[in-house]
Design a binder for this molecule. Structure first.
Ligand code: FE2
Length: 188
């Protein structure tokens, strides 16, 4: 009969040999995954309001495309949890609550062009938050040797960066600058 498992830790030398590198990152890593899992779910609910309120077709399409990607990010995070032998769990992301509240404020702008500009600004804040989050989580996954998780997080990170760039493009096309078109063409 096996001896009952003791709650006390194994001798440090043994534990160190068996544990992942940089194991101290594991707790904050799991917390971060739970946080961003909730953040993505919040975003799935928030983006349709921004799509509806946007005037520019390019902006509507850009956010709609990213909504589909965002649903994929939720699923991909579930794969990340599973790759670690963990059950997917969400923990309220306070930052995304604030960012989506700002997004909702943006939709209340009366002037359509002002509203589009405010929606782009709010959406880019969301993307930058996500880029920071996924960048950190991917780096931590790599540092601990969680290769599958790192690859999955990298895929989402690239989509967030592309979404941010797309928003910049839309902003440049729809808003332009104070200068005329000729001056714009003069820019590098
Ligand atoms: Fe995302």
């Amino acid at each position: 009969m096996p001896a009952p498992k003791s709650k006390t830790a194994a001798p440090a030398a043994v534990a160190d040999d068996n544990e992942m590198p940089n194991a101290f990152l594991h707790e904050p890593f799991l917390d971060g995954l739970k946080d961003v899992y909730d953040a993505e779910k919040q975003l799935v609910k928030a983006l349709p309001k921004m799509i509806k309120a946007a005037t520019s077709e390019a902006l509507k399409k850009g956010i709609s495309d990213h909504l589909v990607e965002t649903e994929g990010h939720v699923t991909r995070l579930e794969e990340v949890f599973e790759s670690l032998g963990e059950t997917p769990k969400a923990k309220t992301c306070e930052a995304m609550k604030g960012l989506t509240a700002e997004g909702e404020e943006a939709t209340k702008q009366k002037n359509p062009k002002s509203r589009d500009a405010a929606i782009i600004a709010a959406a880019q804040k969301v993307e930058h938050y996500e880029i920071a989050t996924y960048g950190t989580l991917r780096a931590w996954a790599e540092a601990m040797g969680h290769e599958e998780a790192a690859d999955l997080l990298e895929e989402t990170l690239e989509e967030e960066k592309a979404a941010d760039e797309k928003l910049t493009e839309v902003s440049e096309e729809e808003i332009g600058s104070a200068d005329d078109d000729e001056d714009l063409e003069d820019e590098e």
